[in-house]
Design a protein around this ligand. Structure first.
Ligand SMILES: Cc1ncc(COP(=O)(O)O)c(C=O)c1O
Length: 244
């Protein structure tokens, strides 16, 4: 917490914290995979996660006193100190830490928290039943999706709960213009007529690191170039495969 390693029970914030009251913060979700053979946790594309965190910070006018290298180092040290020998989830959060009333981004102090906890699969990996959400993905000119902003996850929460209460596993969200955007917390790919397609950054998506990995792996392993283009809702109905 703010550069200090402390026991989790001491990692508390005030009820008046700006980032809590107004959602003025951003975060990352970083997976670590335990390798039984090597007896090591492999943290997935740490640098890219912290590069994205610092981009989110730029949008939110948060200036952390850390470089990507510092953030990477702290993450590795935290997992080592916790002696975690299982799959983990790291959650760095950069937020406005002042205990003041008044919504804004300027003249506030920036705080940083990183936690690491055991976590398995986020969703079932054997196939998901998805609905097209009645909630639209929040627009770049409202809350930019490219920044992983705490407050914007209310949009995803509406979609996820609607999907689950209607008997589905996950929601697919459309943009306000009605094009396919992404899942509540996953980017989407469509295989249609032998072509792998995914929405471009301008469709209000979070630019996922898994998305980038899929684009690179599908080219390297299958020679398949991913096309980034607008996707109509009904293309999902006629696609050969859809995956999140
Ligand atoms: C809205 C949203 N889209 C996509 C993703 C996938 O991003 P990544 O592949 O970087 O984990 C996430 C991850 O939490 C997300 O919250």
């Amino acid at each position: 917490m703010n550069g200090e390693f402390i026991p989790a029970e001491r990692g508390v914030i005030s009820v008046r914290t700006h980032g809590f009251a107004y959602g003025t913060g951003c975060f990352e979700g970083i997976r670590g995979y335990w390798n039984e053979e090597k007896q090591e946790v492999y943290l997935f594309r740490l640098r890219e996660h912290y590069e994205r965190l610092l981009r989110s910070c730029k949008i939110l006018r948060i200036a952390l006193p850390y470089s990507v290298d510092d953030l990477v180092r702290m993450s590795i040290e935290l997992v080592q100190r916790n002696e975690q020998k299982e799959d983990v989830y790291l959650r760095p959060v950069a937020y406005k830490g002042d205990e003041v009333i008044g919504v804004r981004l300027h003249n506030l102090h920036d705080h940083y928290i990183l936690t690491s906890e055991p976590m398995g699969n986020y969703v079932e990996i054997g196939g998901l039943r998805c609905n097209i959400s009645s909630w639209r993905r929040i627009d770049d000119n409202a809350i930019p999706a490219r920044a992983k902003i705490i407050g914007s996850y209310v949009n995803a929460a509406f979609a996820k709960t609607e999907a689950m209460q209607n008997g589905f596993d996950e929601a697919i969200m459309l943009t306000s213009e009605g094009h396919v955007s992404e899942g509540s917390a996953e980017n989407i790919f469509v295989l249609i007529n032998g072509e792998l397609v995914t929405p471009p950054p301008s469709e209000n998506i979070l630019l996922g690191i898994t998305r980038d990995t899929v684009i690179k792996l599908s080219q390297r392993e299958f020679g398949l170039i991913t096309r980034e283009r607008q996707i109509d809702r009904t293309e999902l109905y006629v696609a050969d495969e859809v995956f999140l």
